[in-house]
Write a protein that binds this ligand. Structure first.
Ligand SMILES: Cc1ncc(C[n+]2csc(CCOP(=O)(O)OP(=O)(O)O)c2C)c(N)n1
Ligand SMILES: [Mg+2]
Length: 371
C-alpha cells in the first residue's frame, strides 16, 4: 500500500532553499585588492593593517622554511599553511592576549602569534615534550591531532570563562572534514545550550586529505550547520583578510557581551600537500583548480590594497622576509640545543603520582638512562 504523504504541510525542498539563501559569502576585499563592501570595512589603523600584512608575509616564509627543514630531516610532523594566511592570521588578529586558542595540527601559526616561542613550535613538530610545555601566561592548548576533538574542549573552556565572569573568548579551528565528526556537533550544541563565549572556525580548504568538499556533506555551506545548534553561522571569503577579521571581531564582541557562540566558515585553500608525510596532491587535485585558487591569494590582494593606500612597499616586505629567516635560523638552533627526550621525562610529565607499575618502569629507565 502506498504511504500517504499528501497531508504534509511543509514544502521540504523549499525549506532547504530558504536556509541556503541565508548563507551568502561575506567578502570585503576582492581579488584585485579593491573594497567591494564599504559598510563592512573593519576599523583598523594603517599601523594595524601593516602589522597584519607583516604577519601574513612572515607566516608564508615560515611555511616555506618549515617545508625545507622537514625535507632535510630537521623537523618532524608538518602540515603546510600557505594559502590559508587570511583564514589563520586575520582571524587571530581579532583576538586579545587573554583569549584561549585551541588549535588543530595546521594552526601552529596562530599559537606562534599568540606568543608561543618559535623553537617550541619546532620542538612540537619533532614530538619533543618541551614543545608543549606552554608558558603559564599563554592561553594556548597544544595542537589537536584528533579531528574535531578541540570543538568539545572549546565548549568546556568557554564555559569556564563564563563561570569565572571573564571578558574573553575561547576560539578553535577545524577543517571542512572536521565538520563531519561527532565532536563537531557535540561541541557547537553544548556551546549553544550554555551560551558560552566560543568562536568556532571551520577552515574549508576544499579537501580533507584527498576527499573533496562536495563528497563530505550534502550541506550547501558548512556555516549553516550552526543553525541546528541554535547559534549563528557565517561563511566568509577566507582569502580576504578583511572579511575574516571583521567576522571574528564581531563574533568576539557578541561572545564577550554574553550573546553566545558563533560559527565561521572560511573559504580557503592549502597550496601544499596535506602534510609532509607522503601525500601527493596531484593525485586528487588538478593544476587548473590550484591556479584558480592561487589567483585569490590573500597576500597578493592585501599587498595591492596596502600599496594603493601608499602604506606598503617592496622594501618593507623584504625587511619582514629577512627578519623571518633570521628568527627561524635562531629558533632551529635553539631547538637543536634542547636536551634529548628521555622516557623518564615522559613518565613524569604525564603523572603527578606514579601507579606502581609505572614506578617500576621509571626506575628501570632511570637506571638505563644513567649509563
Ligand atoms: C578522529 C580522526 N579521524 C581521522 C584522522 C585522520 N585524519 C587526519 S587529517 C584528516 C583530514 C582532515 O581534513 P580537514 O578537517 O578538512 O582538515 P585539513 O587537514 O584540510 O586542514 C584525517 C581524516 C584523525 N586525525 N582523527
Ligand atoms: Mg580540509
Amino acid at each position: 500500500m502506498a504511504s500517504k504523504t499528501n497531508n504534509i504541510v511543509v514544502d521540504l525542498a523549499k525549506q532547504l532553499d530558504v536556509v541556503d539563501k541565508e548563507f551568502q559569502t561575506l567578502q570585503i576585499l576582492n581579488e584585485e585588492g579593491e573594497i567591494v563592501n564599504q559598510d563592512a570595512v573593519p576599523d583598523l589603523t594603517d599601523e594595524q593593517l601593516q602589522e597584519l600584512m607583516r604577519r601574513m608575509v612572515y607566516t608564508r616564509i615560515l611555511d616555506q622554511r618549515s617545508i625545507s627543514l622537514n625535507r632535510q630531516g630537521r623537523l618532524g610532523f608538518y602540515a603546510p599553511t600557505a594559502g590559508q594566511e587570511a583564514s589563520q592570521i586575520a582571524s587571530h588578529f581579532a583576538l586579545e592576549k587573554e583569549d584561549f586558542i585551541l588549535p588543530g595540527y595546521r594552526d601552529v601559526p596562530q599559537i606562534i602569534w599568540h606568543g608561543l616561542p618559535l623553537h617550541q613550535a619546532f620542538l612540537w613538530s619533532r614530538g619533543h615534550f618541551q614543545g608543549i610545555q606552554i608558558p603559564e601566561d599563554l592561553h594556548i592548548l597544544p595542537p589537536q591531532i584528533i579531528i574535531g576533538a578541540q570543538y568539545v574542549q572549546t565548549a568546556g573552556v568557554a564555559l569556564g570563562i563564563k563561570k569565572n565572569g571573564k571578558k574573553s573568548v575561547a576560539i578553535t579551528y577545524t577543517g571542512d572534514g572536521g565538520t563531519s565528526q561527532g565532536d563537531f556537533y557535540e561541541g557547537i550544541n553544548f556551546a549553544g545550550a550554555y551560551q558560552v563565549p566560543a568562536i568556532f572556525i571551520v577552515q574549508n580548504n576544499q579537501f580533507a586529505i584527498s576527499t573533496p568538499r562536495e563528497k563530505q556533506t550534502a550541506a550547501r555551506t558548512l556555516a549553516q550547520k550552526a543553525v541546528a545548534a541554535g547559534i549563528p553561522g557565517i561563511q566568509v571569503d577566507g582569502m580576504d583578510p578583511l572579511a575574516v577579521y571583521a567576522a571574528v571581531k564581531e563574533a568576539r564582541e557578541r561572545a564577550i557581551n554574553g550573546e553566545g557562540p558563533t560559527l565561521i566558515e572560511t573559504l580557503t585553500y592549502r597550496y601544499g600537500p596535506h602534510t609532509m608525510s607522503g601525500d601527493d596532491p596531484t593525485r586528487y587535485r588538478t593544476k587548473e583548480l590550484d591556479s584558480e585558487w592561487e589567483k585569490k591569494d590573500p597576500l597578493v590582494r592585501f599587498r595591492k590594497y596596502l600599496e594603493n593606500k601608499g602604506i606598503w612597499n617592496e622594501e618593507m616586505e623584504e625587511k619582514v622576509i629577512e627578519q623571518a629567516k633570521e628568527d627561524i635560523k635562531e629558533a632551529i638552533k635553539k631547538a637543536d640545543a634542547a636536551p634529548k627526550q628521555k622516557v623518564t621525562d615522559l613518565i613524569s610529565i604525564m603523572n603527578v603520582e606514579l601507579p606502581s607499575n609505572l614506578k617500576e618502569q621509571y626506575e628501570i629507565y632511570k637506571e638505563k638512562e644513567s649509563k
